[in-house]
Design a protein around this ligand. Sequence first.
Ligand code: NAD
Length: 255
Amino acid sequence: MVLQVALVTGAARGIGEAIARRLAKDGYDLAINDLPSQAPGLEKLQEEIIAMGRRSYICIADVSKENEVKNMIDNTVEALGGLHVMIANAGIGRISPGPLGTLESWDLTMATNARGVFLCYKYAAEVMIKQGQGGRIIGASSVAGKQSLESHTAAYAASKFAIRGLTQAAARELGKHNITVNTYAPGPIDTPMSKTFGLSDAEISAVKEKERKMTVLERIGTVDEVAGVVSFLVSSDASYVTGQTMSVNGGMLLD
Ligand code: NAD
């Protein structure tokens, strides 16, 4: 099986950007997605990918919207000639007040983190089955998808548990098509995401310090350390790995 075109959602920054860069280095042509506000980040990344000798296609879309995900995948296939690797990375995190947070925060988090990943898995699988060449589907879970460790993050934890259930179900259904489905579960990783939680800089530093101490390696992880694990899951070395959640958490949880 020759895998050549990968699509990464939420690729303008953070973990998604690092995954896209790593997969381009590994030899894939890259479709890169994010929201309209993140177009400058995607354009900069596209230049880098092209400089590495790979082809690249920018697909602006909100992954929580069905028609936008369908168009993103159809346009990727048209622009790059197929789809062999889907990385459903886009996700959001919010600290939401009150018991279990607000309903608004629940709906927004679930729409992006659970519905968005479901749509990416579903429409990528449709294309991969039609191509008949197998494929790799990978989603972003979290250490919070294995254990809820922070208060006021109920929606986030529920959405990341959902990715593990979805991944197991998808792996079971798609195995006969030689499509593997796995998820990566990062612990604390240094990305711009913490700035979107609605906390002050001092509060973010305190959370990071608490999380750092919860890892056995006593440090925050890097985006490249997550990208390396995704690179493995996509590679032929992982051809017999499916339905799994791969922790990248510095030993924050020990299986
Ligand atoms: P980030 O906030 O730095 O980047 C996420 C990207 O996704 C952003 O560019 C954002 O614009 C994009 N995005 C958000 N909503 C979108 C939507 N509806 N459609 C398309 N794109 C959208 O986050 P990150 O830290 O790089 O996290 C990437 C993934 O890894 C997320 O799913 C996150 O939950 C997960 N994760 C991160 C950490 C961490 O410590 N950073 C830990 C565990 C899991």
